[in-house]
Design a binder for this molecule. Sequence first.
Ligand SMILES: *Cc1c(COP(=O)(O)O)cnc(C)c1O
Length: 339
Amino acid sequence: MTDIIDLRSDTVTQPSTAMRAAMAMADVGDDVYGEDPTVNELESVFAERTAMQAGLFVASGTQGNLLALLAHCERGDEYIVGQQAHTYKYEGGGAAVLGSIQPQPLEFEADGSLNLARVAKTIKPDDSHFAKTRLLCLENTQSGKVLTLDYIEQAAQCAREHGLGFHLDGARVFNAAVQLGVDVDRITRQFDTVSICLSKGLGAPVGSVLCGSTELIAKARRWRKVVGGGMRQAGLLAAAGLYALEHHVDRLADDHEHAAMLANGLKDIDGVEVIAGAAQTNMVFASFPPDRFAALHSHLSEHDINISGDNPCRFVTHLDVSRDDIERVSDTVQNFFGG
Ligand SMILES: *Cc1c(COP(=O)(O)O)cnc(C)c1O
């Protein structure tokens, strides 16, 4: 491995030596028969941590969200979701393609929430003209932003009042919990289902866990088989998730600190604008002069710093980015702009 600093995403992490050792040593069995002890442990440990009845190890966050939608909704139902939500915008329209489930997107508010008065107004009357509104989906973190516990409680109440299911795309929900300084179940127990990525800030190579009620997870398990997600000796992968849960949750605070350092380093550079003025958990968004962005991108590449090709640009910190790396990135951007 070269010492490339890769800030494109927190999905790029390499499993550590200790994580690889845990994977190599995992007890395994055929998980489609329910006989993989490590998968079973991962599912029960995540259920416990999220204060849910059951868990399901799935191939990806996309699969976790899809199975949740299929478990909550029938053909001809709809779900309310953010216009920029991963579940709606970045998952290939899977719920529509595979479930005949219609999305009803709403713009996110600036803080990553959905306006609950608008949610309530969007719920369709029971009338044969309309799809049946069945589910409310939130995302936390949303572009790095953390939903407040108060808001989540109000959203849960809104869903209950209107007889809607309540799903959280919690790909980075541990980042939200660490930022709030609470156990993750303070967030997750408000929802009927939550999907959590092991392969983002938690630093596992593969997989997500979907948690929820026994009934919903049984449905999701059936759909997982249908979409080809029934894996066999998957304990090799689940072991990485268990290792990550034990060793990589508290350290997310370091990633948040590093993102704040980066935001600080960038904001004083002439020509750079840090959007919203600060870091949000492990993400920083910054815009650069359009006529200089391509050159900046190559300049950083030449210095072994990998950033996304979009301007405004998202920088994501993770467990393979150190404090020194952040300094190197700030200095290199500063040099480019002649600081
Ligand atoms: C990454 C991500 C997902 C999907 O995870 P994959 O494992 O890449 O399929 C879902 N929701 C959010 C908010 C994400 O960032």
